[in-house]
Design a protein around this ligand. Structure first.
Ligand code: ADP
Ligand code: MG
Ligand code: MG
Length: 912
């Protein structure tokens, strides 16, 4: 085994900016790699060096830096000093450096940076002399002590802020730039005292000690609570570590010919063409984004300092050409000289992503294939949700986590039953709970949106809401919810049941009152076509719609995976078709037995004689047939996979406890009701302690005589009827929860006969109805070679396959252990959200290979929720499935990601 200690000791742990390149992002972090890249391009970057993420990982694991790091830092520091002809913290004309964090993935605001390292009670004077500016030197020193105190010595930032504003007041200074040198000098003394008092040690005067301590603080900042939370949300692994960049300081706080700014080469919010940025005169570091003074636009900057602006414009063009993408840039002007301090490919909104990608195609900077890489299914998904009207007036109550996108408006209700009742009266309601449990399901279904004060993005509320496309804001911790009193308090606002709120699941915002909601223009486009959508949109929106259309069509041309939808009704099927579905991958028949029809299935369950059973089945048959005719009509010409009944029968019977109570009461009153008694007996008989693994799926087909036969007859007759009517029904019958090929053989014996019988009757003669099975148990995957003997297709039911592979009962574990598992790093994303490639994925690959071995042409698909998850789609492409099936609403997302997956496979770039 490689000893991590000795390998880190030998490794190169420090790279000069002039040594690295952007390919080394794993080792140098994003900031370091891009600083190196800009240096390579010959742009004006202050020199410096990067300490690798490997050094950080070593430090975090061992609690101390590798010995060799100290030596390598010394060497790099001396090279830097020699290059600039100045020494770190020298008493005359000192070199100062910044110590900057920078991980592989940018984590804005999560980790620390310390500026002006190298200043002490002596070098501050040298700096004043060299710059001929006393005020500047003391301003820099107070910034160092403040930043060092807060980030390295862990002293609350407010302590410094309070002293700063007090000093400003004393000096009669409106802003920080009006503070004279003498006041700043005093402030430094105060800041140093704060450091000594609160950290129990003096502010370190030794420049190298400052540097080492700042470096360790950056290492440690990788593991702060907020950094961990951020990584969890962004699915960034916890074990990467951060690099540390040591960069010679340049000064934007050297008077009015200096300043600091940030800019984007295009507008990251809207995607509009043309640079966009802010500049602040006589300022350092993050002053420009901190709102301490009003900033200038790039146009103002051009008037103020035309030469620097011209150079910056040229560099922006260089960077866009080099990165061939939107760049996000930090720069500083020191006495009229422009310096580049950072660049990266900029984050952008979903709309901007689509617009910029197509702009770059038109500018002939990227190909259509590359453009497809620049947008994601998640971004497309965001564009599909209704939005609040951007122009509407709003009153923000609070902000929670954006758990499931969309814009929902409704009356507050505090329990599931009220939600159901109010919704039944046609009211839009927002179900507001501290947290939700599976008992709240009915209320969540009925509500327009779900709002909770507890729990994160993997809480029950979040997961369930996302699953059913319900808008959800969760973990809005400022909300004080009193379910008993039916009130909600936040700050000074107190709302009661029936008060209207608007929640934005895309941003996490919660508003008082009604905000106008507008349909997504992209959905308009999907539903009504491009021309229609363009006609209804303003110029910016039209541009987004056009971009989506272009890239989605390119994805369709590129992808190999077919995309189907999970749909149970003709209405869903119609919607799915509009979204571009190429068939139905899963029609769940259990939904057809609810509502009025529940009594029919109850009768079947209660049947004691063959006669009773046959009567019940005979009543169900025409209803089922009519359902299937409607479905096949809506999907005419496209494949429709119908799953035979799957859930345990008790789901169709009354609640056990309620019924038992009712019967007990009746008995006590001497008036036992025979029907209820009989029902209770059936409920008791069917009760299971673990229904998920009990009498369900194919087991029902084998244990309940006539049930599957009736369904198969209804399907076949429906297909024959469609055929007779001149339609093109393409139907497939799917058997759920098969574990052994014998189960499938037994069922096939029964259903093949019925298909043959019905099809043989005239109209149906031309029908071929393939019969296949779901693969949703590990045993099915492991014995797929045998199962394929009896199955014409496999459809991976990845929800159940995940439950059974992990031994997780989803409803139980998601709320109780997933938050902890994500925190402990057992997984970085819930395996129900994104397919577990190593475990569940291995079973799928096994079954794919085995199935094809037995039956080379076997059709392979997936019908779990994972079919609409971007990352999982990439896996299904790589696993060589024929299609994915997901909810109608996710179909465009799956189309886009299937196209991206095909490209990724071609270019060998599996990353999203
Ligand atoms: P973040 O990761 O939060 O962007 P940075 O490491 O980029 O933090 O630094 C914080 C601020 O300090 C930025 O505004 C940056 O431009 C500025 N800064 C960093 N290094 C220097 C330097 N050597 N000279 C001048 N300003 C710097
Ligand atoms: Mg920062
Ligand atoms: Mg920065």
């Amino acid at each position: 085994m490689v000893n991590p200690r000795s390998s880190a000791q030998r490794a190169q742990l420090v790279f000069d900016f002039s040594d690295g390149s952007r390919e080394q992002v794993d080792l140098l972090g994003g900031k370091g790699a891009n600083l190196a890249e800009m240096t390579k391009l010959g742009l004006p970057v202050p020199p410096g060096f990067t300490i690798t993420t490997e050094a950080c990982r070593y430090y975090l694991a061992q609690g101390e830096e590798p010995q060799s790091l100290r030596v390598q830092v010394t060497m790099a520091l001396r090279r830097l000093e020699d290059q600039l002809g100045r020494r770190l913290g020298d008493v005359q004309d000192p070199l100062l450096v910044s110590v900057r964090s920078g991980a592989k993935f940018s984590m804005p605001g999560m980790m620390e940076t310390v500026l002006n390292v190298g200043l002490n009670d002596y070098s501050v004077k040298g700096l004043a002399e060299a710059a001929k500016d006393e005020r500047f030197a003391w301003d820099s020193y107070r910034r160092l002590v403040q930043m060092f105190g807060r980030t390295v010595l862990d002293i609350p930032g407010e302590l410094f802020e309070e002293e700063l504003s007090a000093a400003k007041q004393r000096a009669g200074a409106g802003t920080d730039v009006e503070m004279p040198a003498a006041e700043l000098r005093e402030l430094v003394e105060t800041f140093k005292q704060i450091c000594a008092e609160h950290s129990g040690r003096e502010f370190p005067q030794d420049p190298r000690e400052q540097l080492d301590m700042a470096m360790r603080a950056v290492f440690t900042s990788w593991n702060t609570e907020r950094a961990r939370i951020y990584r969890r949300r962004e699915r960034i692994p916890h074990d990467l570590g951060t690099a540390v960049n040591i960069c010679a300081m340049v000064f934007g706080n050297l008077g009015d010919t200096s300043g600091t700014g940030v800019c984007f080469t295009r507008d990251p919010a809207t995607g509009k063409q043309g640079a966009y940025g802010d500049y602040l005169v006589n300022a350092q570091g993050e002053d420009v984004v901190s709102g301490i003074r009003n900033t200038l636009s790039l146009e103002d900057f051009a008037r103020l300092d035309p030469a620097s602006h011209a150079e910056l414009s040229q560099i922006m063009r260089r960077l866009e050409t080099h990165y061939r993408d939107l760049c996000d840039i930090e720069f500083t002007v020191e006495r009229g000289k422009l310096w580049m301090l950072q660049t990266r490919v900029g984050k952008r909104t979903a709309a901007a992503a689509f617009r910029i990608a197509t702009q770059l195609i038109d500018e002939r900077l990227i190909t259509e294939d590359e453009a497809l890489h620049r947008v994601t299914g998640d971004q497309l998904g965001q564009l599909l949700f209704p939005q609040f009207d951007a122009d509407a007036e709003r009153t923000l109550l609070t902000r929670g986590m954006a758990a499931s996108p969309g814009a929902a408006v409704g009356k507050l209700v505090f329990d599931s039953a009220t939600a159901v009742a109010e919704a039944a009266r046609g009211e839009n309601v927002i179900l507001c709970r501290r947290e939700t449990t599976p008992d709240d399901l009915a209320g969540m279904v009925a509500a327009a949106g779900v709002l909770t004060s507890r729990g994160g993005k993997t809480s029950h509320a979040a997961v369930v809401a996302r699953g059913m496309g319900r808008t959800c804001v969760c973990g809005a911790e400022e909300l004080d919810i009193d379910a008993e009193a039916r009130t909600l308090t936040v700050g000074d606002n107190r709302l009661a049941e029936g008060d209207v709120v608007s929640i934005d699941g895309t941003t996490g915002e919660v508003f008082a009152g009604t905000l106008a909601v507008v349909a997504s223009p992209v959905v308009n486009y999907l539903e009504l076509g491009l021309d229609h959508a363009l006609a209804a949109a303003d110029a910016d929106t039209a541009d987004v719609v056009r971009a989506v259309d272009r890239l989605l069509r390119h994805a369709d041309r590129t992808r190999r995976l077919r995309v189907r939808a999970n749909a149970d009704t003709a209405e869903d099927a119609g919607r799915a078709r509009v979204m571009g579905a190429e068939g139905i991958g899963l029609c769940r028949t259990e939904h057809m037995f609810l509502g009025d029809r529940r009594v029919l299935i109850e009768r079947l369950i209660l049947a004691e004689t063959d006669g009773e059973r046959e009567t019940a089945l005979a009543e169900l048959l025409p209803l089922q047939r009519a359902d299937f005719v409607a479905l096949l009509t809506a999907m005419d010409g496209l494949p429709v996979t119908i799953r035979l009944l799957d859930p345990p029968l008790h789901e169709f019977l009354p609640d056990r406890t309620e019924l038992a109570v009712k019967v007990a009461v009746a008995r006590a009153n001497g008036g036992a009701d025979a029907a209820d008694e009989r029902l209770l007996a059936a409920v008791e008989r069917l009760h299971e302690s673990n229904p998920m693994m009990g009498l369900r799926g194919v087991r029902l087909g084998l244990m309940v005589p006539g049930l599957y036969s009736m369904q198969v007859r209804a399907i076949t007759e429906a297909a024959a009827e469609r055929l007779a009517a001149g339609g093109t029904p393409v139907v497939e019958i799917m058997v759920p929860l098969v574990a052994s090929v014998m189960e499938l053989h037994l069922i096939r014996d029964e259903i093949d006969g019925i298909v043959a019988e019905v099809a043989g009757n005239g109209e149906g003669a031309a029908l071929h109805i393939p019969i296949g099975t779901m693969i949703e148990l590990p045993r099915a995957a492991l014995t797929a070679r045998r199962i394929a003997e009896a199955a014409e297709f496999f459809s991976f039911g990845t929800n159940d396959l995940t439950q059974t592979t992990w031994g997780f009962s989803r409803d139980d574990v998601e709320s109780s252990i997933f938050a902890a598992y994500l925190d402990k790093g057992v997984f970085t994303v819930s395996p129900f959200e994104s397919l577990d490639r190593d475990g569940v994925g291995a079973l799928i690959r096994t079954a794919v290979a085995a199935g094809r071995e037995t039956r080379p042409g076997i059709k392979l698909g997936v019908c779990g929720e994972h079919g609409g998850d971007p990352d999982s789609v990439h896996f299904f492409h790589a696993a060589d499935l024929d299609y994915v099936s997901c909810s109608p609403f996710r179909v465009p997302v799956a189309r886009l990601e299937s196209g991206r997956a095909a490209l990724a496979a071609e270019t060998g770039d599996g990353a999203l």
